[in-house]
Design a protein around this ligand. Structure first.
Ligand code: BEZ
Length: 258
């Protein structure tokens, strides 16, 4: 799932085929969030960062009337090809006014570094009494992978910190932002979720960590990814050769007062 306009994530591209190959688990793991949202037939729902529409489809199947938005025009086009109402839009500059009963977001908000601008747009998009239910990377998410990327870049004399495209807040940070805008927070918590990957970790790096990889010339990126994989082998790969990403999610449910 993606949502900030692509030019606000330097270096990161969303290739729908690559995403489908390496990131199908993102939508699969989002099903419990749909249960937390508990969509009702006929409700108007905004899926913020709808990606290729896999979860949007699930909301529609429950009878909701869903608009999906995604920062990637390519991903929004794939969602439209599933018959969904999906549009390319910048999640940091939403322009809906009291149009939805709920805003739903899975695995997208961590790509939107202007958190207060996102929350403001969600607030405006909701009708009074509307719900904002989401899950994103939380504090500590992919900490091991990020540390390995930074260390391997450092060996090449490159400081990768400024290329970090992600915002992984603590519950306290995100609660404060939601409440500052006026939301009532019903629940917010970190969930440790080590996540088995469908392919070697180099493929995850290629799909999600392009901003870091692009700090070296194209012909050197394979070596860089191989070195990061090597550094992660003892902690992220089991004896059978299966890779796991050190995911930590922040899941929340909030409400705009009626
Ligand atoms: C995540 O869903 O936790 C995630 C996605 C991309 C990069 C880093 C983390």
């Amino acid at each position: 799932m993606t949502s900030a306009a692509e030019d606000s994530i330097p270096g990161q591209r969303w290739d729908p085929d690559r995403y489908a190959r390496n990131a199908r688990f993102v939508a699969d793991l989002g099903a419990p969030l749909v249960d937390l949202l508990a969509p009702e037939p006929g409700e108007a729902i905004l899926d913020l960062g709808c990606g290729d529409g896999a979860l949007t489809e699930m909301l529609v199947a429950r009878g909701a009337v869903v608009v999906g938005v995604d920062g990637s025009a390519e991903q929004a086009a794939v969602a439209r090809s599933r018959g969904l109402d999906a549009r390319q839009a910048d999640g940091e500059a939403l322009d809906f006014e009291a149009a939805f009963d709920a805003v739903f977001s899975n695995a997208a908000l961590h790509w939107m570094r202007k958190a207060d601008a996102v929350i403001e747009g969600v607030w405006r998009a909701l009708r009074p009494g509307g719900r904002f239910v989401g899950e994103m990377g939380g504090a500590g998410n992919v900490a091991g992978i990020t540390a390995a990327l930074l260390a391997v870049l450092e060996r090449r004399g490159i400081d990768g910190r400024a290329a970090n495209p992600w915002y992984f807040p603590t519950p306290e940070d995100y609660r404060r932002r939601l409440e500052a805008r006026g939301f009532e927070v019903r629940s917010i918590a970190l969930i440790d979720r080590p996540t088995p990957l469908p392919a070697p970790i180099a493929d995850w790096l290629d799909t999600f960590a392009e901003s870091f990889l692009k700090l070296v010339p194209a012909e050197a990126r394979g070596d860089l990814a191989a070195e990061v994989s090597e550094a992660l082998r003892p902690t992220h790969r089991d004896a059978e050769g299966r890779w796991t990403a050190d995911y930590v999610r922040l899941r929340f449910s909030a409400r705009k007062p009626a």
